[in-house]
Design a protein around this ligand. Structure first.
Ligand SMILES: Nc1ncnc2c1ncn2[C@@H]1O[C@H](COP(=O)(O)OP(=O)(O)OP(=O)(O)O)[C@@H](O)[C@H]1O
Length: 384
């Protein structure tokens, strides 16, 4: 067994256990708790049929101790799913141990994963150290970014999985381990295998069951997710949050946006919006720049292409209630006009109908309220 590693192991706080992190819904008002908030397995499905099916398969696999490989773009919730599966499983009383294979320096990887004995190398902790695999004994080992695991380590991992035992650095005898394995990656492992960067035999060992998380733009329950995240951020119950917390135009922009960073990005955007909003309601001008820029591009594409409008504007948005009043008549009117314009994707006829005025009056109103037409904006100026 190779024992050439001589560097110090990673600090103890690199170990994240499920026991140290809340699994269930957090209580109202605790910001620190909310930030490390993990949902139960059934709550992850939301109202999306693909997710519901995936969760049901996940339950069956974990019940049978089958190694699970979670695939999905960055930020789709692979780690969340892994924690929730562990919390659902019979192993929930034991540790959930995460290892990010992309972030451990190769020189430390062996000692980090497999541990070492007293005096294994100079600079080692006096009492030796249990590796992550042993720490997960009886529980779940989550190998995140498995596609980035160095090839040499893949060989050792394969042995651990086949023999169900580890040999810490410097140890004379193997130690038995019993772990539920969950791996995750955003990479295409089949391609890595083709390129000789990932062991095919390891792939079949870790991919007992494959769960592919959908990207956020493919999820049918985006609206419910947005409302839930707002509720979480404001520490409200989902029903309490309701539609009162977000203007129809802002909701429409979030529904239409492509979310390349998936749930992680959406969570960050909602945290931002909730921090900057006034009067407990997210308005269009509270959205961060990337969503505004996206809107500007979309509108530019839409001008003169009325047939696209139906496809991009969610129907529910158009019929929602107008913005909450601020008490400043000019500001309220400006917000109402902007809501109508954005809600109708700058279709002037539709917006004027909604506002109860003729097209000419609406054009006059735009000039009066200093709202430039979207055609004339590099980026929409929504500040009301
Ligand atoms: N079900 C969920 N409900 C609310 N927020 C979620 C959910 N799943 C994920 N998130 C948010 O997205 C963030 C990223 O989730 P997670 O780390 O599980 O994604 P990932 O797919 O593992 O990402 P990466 O591939 O980049 O490691 C979380 O920190 C959380 O803010």
């Amino acid at each position: 067994m190779p024992t050439q590693t001589v560097a110090l192991p990673l600090a103890k706080n690199h170990v994240r256990t499920a026991n140290a992190t809340r699994i269930s819904r957090t209580s109202r008002g605790s910001r620190a708790a909310r930030q490390s908030h993990y949902r139960e397995l059934d709550q992850l499905a939301g109202g999306d049929a693909v997710m519901q099916d995936l969760i049901e398969r996940g339950k069956r696999l974990i019940d049978r101790g089958i190694p699970i490989l979670i695939l999905g773009e960055t930020g789709t919730g692979k780690e969340f799913l892994s924690r929730a599966l562990h919390a659902y499983s019979e192993r929930r009383q034991a540790n959930w141990i995460a290892v990010n294979c992309a972030s451990i320096p190769e020189s430390l990887a062996e000692s980090e994963l497999f541990g070492y004995c007293k005096g294994a190398f100079s600079g080692a902790l006096p009492g030796g150290m249990k590796g992550k695999v042993q720490q997960a004994d009886g529980g779940t080992l989550f190998l995140d970014e498995i596609g980035d695991m160095p090839f040499s380590l893949q060989t050792r991992l394969l042995r651990v999985l086949s023999e169900r035992e580890v040999i810490p650095l410097g140890a004379a005898h193997p130690v038995s381990v019993d772990v539920q394995l969950i791996c995750a990656t955003h990479q295409d492992l089949k391609t890595l295998i083709g390129e000789g960067r990932f062991r095919e035999d390891l792939y079949y060992r870790i991919a007992g069951g494959v769960l592919r998380l959908p990207s956020l733009r493919d999820r049918a329950d985006r609206r419910a997710l947005i409302m839930q995240m707002i509720a979480d951020e404001l520490a409200l119950d989902a029903e309490e949050a309701g539609d009162e917390t977000i203007a129809p135009a802002a909701l429409g922009a979030m529904l239409a946006y492509r979310w390349p960073g998936n749930l992680r990005q959406m969570h960050a955007v909602i945290r931002y919006c909730c921090a900057v909003m006034n009067d407990g309601r997210i308005e269009m001008h509270d959205l961060p720049e990337e969503l505004m820029q996206f809107q500007a591009v979309e509108f530019d594409q839409l001008v003169g292409h009325a047939s696209n409008v139906r496809r991009i504007v969610p129907q529910a948005v158009a019929s929602e209630s107008p913005s909450r009043l601020s008490g400043n008549p000019l500001r309220d009117e400006r917000a109402r006009v902007i809501d109508a314009l954005v809600g109708s994707r700058w279709n002037i006829s539709a917006a004027s109908r909604q506002l109860g005025m003729c097209r000419a009056s609406l054009y006059r109103k735009l000039r009066q309220l200093d709202i430039p037409h979207v055609r004339d904006q590099a980026m929409p100026a929504y500040a009301a």
